[in-house]
Write a protein that binds this ligand. Structure first.
Ligand code: IMP
Ligand code: MG
Length: 182
């Protein structure tokens, strides 16, 4: 458990990069893309990667008109604005994946280590298929060869917060995506 760092001025008003209305508009398009990939009448296992992907996942799931179960998996790697490189994951699903079509949803694809680790752990549970969706993609930072099937926005190599993304636990509740100096 980390202790509260106290009020940090740079975390109080991050500079807006993507507005909440732009996010809402893009989510509608993403939901349509996802519906096209999961045929009408099918069911899916919707899996959110917490904590970062939680806000995005909860808005997105309500736009997808398919029968679905919901699960959360947990992963963490960041300390402040730097990735530790080591991913700690926790996968305890309430709903089985074997033979089902699954969609893993996370906030951002950065080095790719998190999505790659979570995907391989979920694939070990033998779903019929596994697709991945991220709100943000920072391709310039990729360290492992992984891409997401659905991407909301491509962002520059800046540390972003808000709409679920944090810096040391703060800023997840901002309704927009903003940047802070790293
Ligand atoms: P990756 O393993 O390097 O791809 O990092 C993915 C995870 O790191 C994401 O799920 C986020 O939780 C976190 N992360 C990566 N970049 C940022 C950022 O710019 N802001 C906040 N969190 C980030
Ligand atoms: Mg994350």
């Amino acid at each position: 458990m980390s202790s509260a760092p106290g009020l940090r001025p740079e975390l109080l008003a991050p500079k807006e990069l993507i507005s909440s209305s732009a996010i809402a508009a893009r989510l509608k398009e993403l939901a349509a893309e996802i519906e096209a990939a999961f045929p009408e009448g099918s069911e899916l296992a919707f899996i959110a990667a917490a904590y970062g992907g939680m806000v995005f996942a909860s808005d997105l799931m309500r736009l997808i008109r398919r029968h679905m179960t919901f699960d959360m998996v947990f992963a963490r790697s960041y300390q402040g604005t730097r990735s530790s490189g080591e991913i700690l994951s926790e996968i305890k699903l309430r709903h089985g994946l074997k033979g089902r079509n699954a969609l893993l949803v996370d906030d951002i694809l950065d080095t790719g280590r998190t999505l790659s680790k979570l995907s391989s752990e979920l694939l070990a549970l033998e779903p019929a298929s596994l697709k991945t969706c991220v709100l943000l993609d920072k391709p310039s930072r990729r360290a492992v060869g992984v891409e997401a099937d659905f991407v909301g926005f491509t962002v520059p190599d800046e540390f972003v917060v808000g709409y679920g993304l944090d810096c040391d636990g703060y800023c997840r509740n901002l309704p927009y995506i903003g940047t802070i100096p790293s």
